[in-house]
Design a binder for this molecule. Structure first.
Ligand code: ADP
Length: 303
């Protein structure tokens, strides 16, 4: 199985001609809610591709929490290990998008911010049949480290998406990671290296490798992926698609990679699965609504 430990959010999206200035009241155009959160997105991505997928995290005891759980269940994500936390709200992202596609986002971690050691104890129950554990950075860092330590002990492959981009990560976490999957922004934040300069791919990979990460997978948007470990390095080109909205492309990538490992596929094949799922996710708007189902995915991969 694929295990995801991480955030579950409701995205509250308003569309408006222009963004308001401080103190200003504006009339906007449209409002909708959509399930999100990097943990939930990655779980949905893996489950849609047919992997038995468990999500461990928290929602609040509110209507958003109920809606988020119902949606995850519908998608086939196993949610019995998600805790309903009565002490706080569900995580929300307040997103305002203007006519040019420029956005502002306020994230309230809510229940995600209260994920703690006891959640790691629930997580441990799932490791015996797990092929990989997916982590991101929307639950407290200390708890992610505790989860990684337990997964390491159990011999479960740990895949870290270092997103949202942090300024740095402790060496203790790096040394536990099997695969790290930063995009260009996250790579710049963590290593100071600009990946638009092609030779920096090797330097950035070395930065992570020197800190104990086994395999580095750099997600380069429409330039595809650069992958490096001690066995060597390779590139996978992006699939040519007409991108309309790149939200959750990175989450689609990580979920698909885990689904590939669950099928026993190699690193290169898993990166190709990630690249295909990432490309498909850019062809539709929204986070979870844009994640491909198995039929669409297989047809695309074989085309
Ligand atoms: P993130 O969503 O985390 O910022 P990327 O933008 O690098 O990460 O997207 C993740 C992956 O999705 C990329 O490595 C690539 O394979 C695929 N992808 C992203 N944008 C495009 C695009 N415009 N065309 C084709 N594939 C894309």
């Amino acid at each position: 199985s694929v295990i995801v430990f991480g955030s579950i959010n409701m995205d509250l999206v308003v569309q408006t001609g222009r963004l308001p200035s401080p103190g200003e009241t504006l009339q906007g155009d449209q409002f909708f809610t959509a399930p999100g959160g990097k943990g939930a997105n990655q779980a949905v991505a893996a489950a849609r591709l047919g992997a038995l997928t468990y999500l461990v995290g928290r929602v609040g005891e509110d209507s958003f929490g109920q809606e988020l759980l119902a949606h995850l269940n519908e998608t086939g994500v196993q949610t019995e290990w998600v805790k309903v936390d009565s002490k706080t709200s569900s995580g929300v992202a307040m997103i305002a998008v203007d006519g040019e596609g420029e956005n502002t986002i306020i994230i309230i971690p809510g229940a995600n911010g209260r994920v703690e050691r006891s959640d790691v104890d629930r997580l441990k129950n799932l490791f015996s049949n797990a092929s990989s554990l997916l982590l991101q950075l929307e639950v407290p860092l200390a708890v992610n480290i505790a989860a990684a330590k337990e997964a390491k002990k159990a011999g479960v492959k740990i895949i870290l998406d270092p997103a949202p981009a942090p300024e740095s990560l402790p060496d203790e976490l790096y040394s536990l990671i099997d695969i790290i999957t930063p995009n260009e922004t996250e790579t710049k934040a963590l290593t100071g290296l600009d990946l638009s300069d092609e030779k920096n791919g090797f330097k950035a990979a070395d930065f992570f490798r020197e800190r104990g990460v086994e395999t580095v997978v750099l997600k380069l948007g429409e330039k595809g992926v650069f992958c490096l470990n001690k066995a060597g390095h390779f590139r996978v080109e992006a699939f040519p698609v007409k991108a309309v909205d790149t939200v959750a492309a990175g989450d689609a990538f990580n979920g698909a990679m885990a689904a590939a490992f669950e099928r026993g596929l190699s690193l290169r094949e898993a990166v190709i699965w990630g690249t295909a799922a990432g490309a498909l996710a850019t062809t539709k708007s929204g986070a979870q609504p844009s994640l491909p189902d198995r039929e669409t995915f297989e047809a695309f991969l074989n085309s």
